[in-house]
Write a protein of this length. Sequence first.
Length: 299
Amino acid sequence: MKSIRLIIILTLISCVGVNAQKPIIMSEDSIKIGNGMLPAISVLIPEVKYDKVLKNWTKLLETGTKSKLMSERGEMTILGANIKSITPNAINVYSVLSDRDSALYLAASFELKKDIFIDRSSGETELSKAKEVIFEFARQQYIDLASEELKVEENKLKDLEKELGSLERSQSGMEKSIRKNNRTIDNERDKSLDFNNQLTALTQTIADERIQFTTMDDGTLKDEKEKQLKNLEKQRKRLTKSIASCDKKISKAQGAIKKANSDIPRNERVQLKYNEEINAQQAVVQRYTNKLNTIKNYK
């Protein structure tokens, strides 16, 4: 039944727990900037968040130049961008960014010179390089998202493993406690037996000394015998206390063993639950790992 239950958990997780990777879709496009339409390269980046992509897109365009990305009514412009992977010369980049269902739409137009834009008419080399820049940017955004997703799931797995480790250490401690308390019981029983034997012998000695004491005449010898009897009584009290101490330690050890023997089965049941959750979470982590690796291999 436990195996069936685990299979069901894994199946449910595989069905609904992980968003599978989606393709990055690129196309030659056009965008409206001001009153005109400009040739552009567009890309749909799955699942990513607008604010983060905008921040990274701004960073990409502003790197290596003092120019700043200007935005007005959703249209972004940067004059004199420095994108060496496309051309060694400064270029103007016009772009738009918007949410579209479960993907983010990014389109960019690259102006090499005044009114000369990268498209098929300007040459395949520049077009290919521009596409590669857009695609690599989009791929990295998706990689970042998948990496964050994976990290979240890995942290969940670490938390579960940490809890299991704590339970295992707790059980190990209880088992060690049982062994230690069993040794305590054996040692205290041996000591108690020895004390009881001493007490039996001492009690007989006291009884014999009392008989002698009652038959003695008053005087120094009787006074000495009385002192001796008092010392013997003190020894008997100490032995009685020692025996009581042994009994108390034995009782405490037996109580600890009883509690540990009761707690260990409960601990094992909780461990089994965590093992099932860990197995299920490992499957989730593997799926997110596969998702990330697949995105990394996008070309």
